[in-house]
Design a binder for this molecule. Structure first.
Ligand SMILES: Nc1nc2c(ncn2[C@@H]2O[C@H](COP(=O)(O)OP(=O)(O)O)[C@@H](O)[C@H]2O)c(=O)[nH]1
Ligand SMILES: [Mg+2]
Length: 320
């Protein structure tokens, strides 16, 4: 039993915040907390909002939060930001856009840095979503930015995935071809006040019809003006329609089971990778092997396979 987790279950936001920090650091106490929290997960619903920078994702999250609060629902927000000197400003912008919710106890906001990983979605977000669920958040909104594009990894995090586009970015249709159609449960064309919104909407709808799988969910294409609070209620209604569809067809259970398995496998892989890298950098014997490889005394492919083939080699490498 984790005392910290018990405080999370009682709704203490500071304890929740602490658990997320422990998760980010890979602290063993995080594992203990997650074990206590896990039985209390499942009632919450996670919505991913992805799309290129500047399409209005943060504004959509802000407006959706306002709408959800009006419905009496508690909200968790995870804003994933690629950390780089260039996006510092974007993060600050997000903070300002969501500022009014910081004073509301029913809203929990956290930004998550991608820590220079390939820009993808940090695997820890999966665990964070579960922590927020256990903490009693009715809805968790996850905002993600890929590097200048849509984050396909959001599929592994959210129950419903909203792909946001705008008529301003001319390459929108191009984006659709890059795997987006497999992950989008709903399309939002934001900045519908701008020229070209209806054309874009028609183009997306046409693409969807080409790939229509009759009895499967048909992703709606919605027009919003997030900054003017237009289309937000319809967006939420469409999310709940998708949620109901997923519940009826059993897709939700399957998606969540896959996500749990992925969380496990990714954690093992990433943790192994981290430990092995650390070993390779600090172990004297391995250091010698690395020098032999550098100096063409040892052959790289054979040396790697030899290391792993040797009795307990992998365990030795992975051990702390
Ligand atoms: N014209 C117009 N601008 C919008 C709309 N929604 C958001 N914006 C503006 O678009 C800019 C980027 O919004 P933001 O939410 O930070 O985008 P994000 O990078 O996707 O999170 C901000 O200046 C918003 O005020 C909209 O519906 N119409
Ligand atoms: Mg944003």
């Amino acid at each position: 039993m984790s005392e910290l987790a018990e405080r999370v279950l009682k709704g203490e936001l500071r304890a929740l915040s602490r658990v997320l920090t422990l998760l980010e650091r890979g602290d063993p106490a995080a594992a203990e907390a997650m074990a206590t929290l896990d039985p209390y997960t499942g009632a919450g619903y996670a919505v991913g909002i992805t799309g290129p920078p500047g399409v209005g994702k943060s504004t959509l999250v802000d407006r959706l939060t306002e709408h959800l609060r009006g419905l009496g629902l508690s909200v968790g927000i995870l804003a994933v930001d690629p950390t780089s000197p260039f996006t510092g400003g974007a993060l600050l912008g997000d903070r300002i856009r969501m500022q009014r919710h910081y004073l509301d106890d029913g809203v929990f906001i956290r930004s998550v840095a991608t820590r220079g990983q390939s820009g993808g979605l940090p695997r820890i977000v999966k665990s964070m979503v579960r922590a927020l669920d256990a903490a009693g958040k009715d809805v968790t909104l996850v905002e993600t930015v890929g590097v200048g594009q849509t984050e396909l990894g959001i599929m592994g995090v959210a129950d419903s995935v909203v792909v946001a586009m705008t008529p301003e970015s001319g390459d929108s249709i191009q984006t659709l071809k890059a795997g987006v159609m497999e992950i989008a449960d709903l399309y939002v064309i934001n900045k519908a006040d701008r020229d070209g919104a209806n054309q874009l909407s028609a183009a997306v709808t046409a693409m969807l019809q080409l790939s229509d799988l009759s009895d499967a969910w048909n992703p709606p294409v919605l027009l919003t003006q997030a900054y003017a609070n237009v289309g937000i209620e319809e967006l939420w209604d469409s999310v709940t329609a998708h949620r109901d569809y997923m519940n009826d067809k059993g897709g939700l259970e399957k998606r969540r089971a896959e996500r749990r398995r992925a969380e496990f496998l990714e954690t093992v892989q990433e943790e192994l990778h981290r430990r092995i890298t650390e070993r390779l950098e600090n172990d004297a014997e391995l250091g010698e092997l690395l020098r032999q490889i550098d100096g063409k005394v040892a052959e790289p492919y054979g040396a790697a396979m030899g290391l792993l083939a040797n009795e307990g080699g992998l365990a030795n490498l992975a051990g702390e």
